[in-house]
Structures are given as structure tokens and as C-alpha cells.
Design a protein around this ligand. Structure first.
Ligand code: CA
Length: 236
């Protein structure tokens, strides 16, 4: 998942950037409304953290212009504490959620996870596909109930595929949504990551669709019937 942080307070921007990067997201940053608007208008972000009080162009105007141009990514706004009018204006401009300053960084992370999974149509923080489970709040992945350790790149890739299970994802979409602007955008790298991920999962959930990309779907059972369900509790 690739995120944009628009915040003019350098310390705060750095703190949010560090926390989101640690949580496994690819993150681009802007420090004023002009730059932020431009990035959000041209790059395909999965979600945006947008401060409202920004130089050059205020956050509400940035958001309103994105929405008017049809940019539908989830936007979490940062508002001044006790300024209820900020929140009303923000929601009216198209915000999906808000966090009031000062905030605890965990709250931003939790709200972003919720926005990302809702945008992808998931109701809970645990995503599953056949025997593979991914808990977006703890960052844990398991296959048939057995934990699998992934690198941050592998986790990012699996998380994106699981959020969009059942849909063909092209290599260029993966590159656009998993890496920040400075990443070396070579599609061979994606194949290498997919190969490693397949090996670690040990089950056939990532299918290659020739010429188009990849699709995540539950493997079929030996008799070709319904996909098997990973439910260790039920087997115990
Ligand atoms: Ca500000």
C-alpha cells in the first residue's frame, strides 16, 4: 500500500513518515498544499494523511479539488483540537475520517488500516484466502494456522494482493502501489518478490495471468471441489 503524507510541520511529518514506513507502507511526503495537491492528483495513492492548515493551499481546498477531479482515495485529515468547524469543513470537502491534534501515532495507524480495508471492501482486520491468513493489525501471516515470517517487501506485496483478492493485478499496478517515488521501477523485481512469496507460503494462491499480471485466489482441493478452509480451531 502506498500512502501520501501532507503536513507542513517538519517534525510531525517525519514522525508520521517513520511510523508508516515501520508499519510496512510505501510513503511519499509533501510539506505544503501545492506539492501535496499535485502528488495526490497525479499518483495513485491507496490513502492520504492530510493536514488542514497548510501553506500555499489549505488542506480543505486541496481535498475539494481532488474530489472534484474524481480522486476517490481515502483521506484522513488532521485537525486542530476543539475546532469542530474544521471537521465539518473537512468532511464536507470529502474527508473519510479525522484525527485531532495532538494525537497518538497508533490512532493514525489504526484509522488508516480501517480506511484501507473498507476501501477494498473488507469488514474485519483479518484477511484470508484459502489457507492463508493475514492480520492487518498485528502484521502476522499464517498458512494453515502456522506462522510465516515475511520481509517487509513480501508482506507489502501479499497485503496488497489480499486486499484485492480475486482481481487481476498488473505488475505496473503493484509497482505504483507498493513503492514510493524513489524506488527503482523494474518489473523483474516484482517477479523475484512474487517468487519468494510463493515459496514461503508454500501454497498455490498467487496465480500468474499471462500478459496481464497476478491474481490471488484460493487453491482448489484435490477433488477439485470447494477451496479448503483454514480453520485450525475447527480441526482441533
Ligand atoms: Ca499545519
Amino acid at each position: 500500500m502506498r500512502l501520501l503524507v501532507v503536513e507542513d510541520d517538519k517534525d510531525l511529518n517525519r514522525q508520521i513518515f517513520a511510523a508508516l514506513t515501520r508499519a510496512g507502507y510505501a510513503v511519499d511526503r509533501a510539506f505544503d498544499g501545492g506539492e501535496g495537491w499535485f502528488l495526490g492528483d497525479t499518483e495513485p495513492y491507496d490513502a492520504v494523511v492530510l493536514d488542514l492548515g497548510l501553506p500555499k493551499k489549505d488542506g480543505t481546498s486541496v481535498l475539494r479539488e481532488w474530489r472534484r477531479a474524481g480522486r476517490a482515495m481515502p483521506v484522513l485529515i488532521l485537525t486542530a483540537r476543539d475546532r469542530w468547524s474544521d471537521k465539518v469543513q473537512g468532511f464536507d470537502a470529502g474527508a473519510d475520517d479525522y484525527v485531532a491534534k495532538p494525537f497518538h501515532i497508533e490512532e493514525i495507524l489504526a484509522r488508516l488500516r480501517a480506511l484501507l480495508r473498507r476501501a477494498a471492501g473488507h469488514a474485519t482486520s483479518e484477511l484470508s484466502c484459502g489457507p492463508v491468513r493475514l492480520d492487518t493489525s498485528s502484521g502476522r501471516v499464517s498458512v494453515d494456522g502456522i506462522p510465516v515470517k515475511l520481509t517487509s517487501h513480501e508482506y507489502r506485496l501479499l497485503s496488497y494482493l489480499m486486499h484485492h483478492a480475486g482481481r487481476i493485478i498488473s505488475r505496473s499496478e503493484i509497482i505504483e502501489h507498493l513503492y514510493d517515488q524513489d524506488f527503482d521501477r523494474d518489473s523483474n523485481t516484482i517477479e523475484v518478490f512474487v517468487g519468494r512469496l510463493r515459496k514461503k507460503l508454500g501454497v498455490e494462491v498467487i496465480q500468474t495471468v499471462r500478459g496481464l499480471g497476478y491474481i490471488l485466489s484460493a487453491p482448489e482441493t484435490e477433488d477439485g471441489a470447494k477451496p479448503r478452509r483454514a480453520d485450525p480451531a475447527a480441526r482441533a
